[in-house]
Structures are given as C-alpha cells and as structure tokens.
Design a protein around this ligand. Structure first.
Ligand SMILES: [Fe+2]
Length: 231
C-alpha cells in the first residue's frame, strides 16, 4: 500500500486507523464464510463513494468560503460518513441491493448512528461527528435519524447530504446505470426541498468548475469497474 505521508514524512494517522477498522471487518466477514470476491466489490464501492463524497464536500466548503481547517474536516467527514455500514455487512451480505424489506430499511437507517459511534471512539471533532450523525437529515424535516429541519441540521451535515446524493446519482449501481451530471442536477432540483438552497447553489458552481472536471475520470473509472462486474 502506498501510504500518504505528511510534510515530516510520517504516515497519516487517519489512514492507519481506517485500515485497522477495515482489516478487522474483513477478518470478521471472512470468518463468517463471506465470499471474498463479493466482499471486495462491496468494499471497493464503499471506498469509491467515500472518496467522491470527500472531494465534493471539500470543494463545496471551499466554494462557500469556509476556512482551510473546516474544508479539510468536511473531506474527512465525506470519506468516513458511511463507515457504520461496515457493521451492517453480515446482515446485508448477499442481498439484492434494489429490494430491501421494511426491516432491512429500518436497520440500514441506523448506519449514521453506527458511523458516529465508531468515529467518536477515535476522538474525531464535534463538527465531523455531527456532520456524520445527521448526514441523512432532509432540509424539510423528512430525513433521519431525528427529523431535524432547516437550520436545526448541523451545517456540515447539510453539505454532506447533497454531496452524498449527487455522488450516488452519478455512480453506477448494481441495479441501475449512472445518471449523467445534467440529469443528476435535474433530479436534485425535483427534490430541492431536501436541501439547503445556498449549499445547492454552491454545489452547482462546483460541478461547473475545474475541480469537478479533475474528479470526473475517477467517477468514470469506478463506474466502468461496476459495469464490468454486472456483465
Ligand atoms: Fe449514508
């Protein structure tokens, strides 16, 4: 593995923490008889999604004029927001991803809480923890876990929410094709009540900028890899 190092040459601590979590997860899943290939595909999808949301969240925070530290924290929150889904692995393993029952949905809705618990133990700061815990809250109060609305929803969570949805829409899924960016924006507009308008507008500007142009090849490569597994 090619570890990212800081200016003094030390390996980035967050990477070590993440890889420890990941290897424990893989060990646990394999001991339960998980299929290594499917497990790898699941993990690859989760990592790709985290990387895309991280980049989008950082760019949106920059576009909103936030501090360097805040933008960096948004990147971390974006990368880690779904880490709690690792606890759902055994429960969801082998699922038909487009057909979730009510019980499964209830369980999946607990993942922001699981993410929060995992990250809290690792002493992530309050902004990151709140952004992760509330990343499925909708601006109109229809989200979860606490049905918060408008400015009750922590700022970071409002940023993550729309970046998460955009990233999902432009990504290939086992049960549907990726949407082109223009269509993804139209779909977001149809559900505009779910999002903070100021953040939505910042995202739209980001999608027209150089940063997103540089991210696009990564998204296309990830989509191609999912498409190959479908055939
Ligand atoms: Fe999520």
């Amino acid at each position: 593995m090619d570890w990212k190092k800081d200016s003094s040459g030390r390996i980035d601590l967050e990477q070590i923490r993440m890889s420890m979590d990941l290897s424990n997860y893989i060990k646990a899943e394999m001991s339960m008889g998980a299929d290594a290939k499917l497990l790898f595909e699941d993990l690859q999808g989760t990592l790709d999604h985290g990387i895309i949301v991280a980049r989008l969240a950082r760019m949106v925070a920059e576009e909103l004029g936030e501090s360097k530290e805040f933008c960096q924290d948004m990147a971390l929150a974006g990368f880690l927001h779904d880490v709690g889904k690792m606890r759902l692995g055994r429960y969801l393993y082998g699922r038909k991803k487009d057909m979730l029952g009510i019980e499964e949905m209830k369980y999946i809705r607990m993942h922001p809480e699981f993410s929060y618990e995992i990250l809290k133990k690792m002493d992530y700061n309050d902004m990151i923890l709140k952004a992760v815990y509330y990343h499925h809250e909708n601006f109109d109060g229809s989200g979860y876990p606490d049905n918060l609305k408008e400015m009750e929803i922590p700022y970071g969570a409002r940023i993550l929410r729309i970046c998460d949805v955009l990233a999902a829409l432009v990504s290939e899924r086992p049960y549907r094709s990726a949407f082109p960016v223009d269509t993804a924006i139209e779909l977001l507009i149809e559900e505009a009540r779910n999002y903070d308008l100021r953040i939505f507008l910042a995202l739209q500007r980001v999608l027209q900028g150089d940063g997103f142009t540089r991210l696009m090849p990564y998204i296309l490569a990830a989509n191609q890899s999912v498409r190959e597994k479908k055939t």
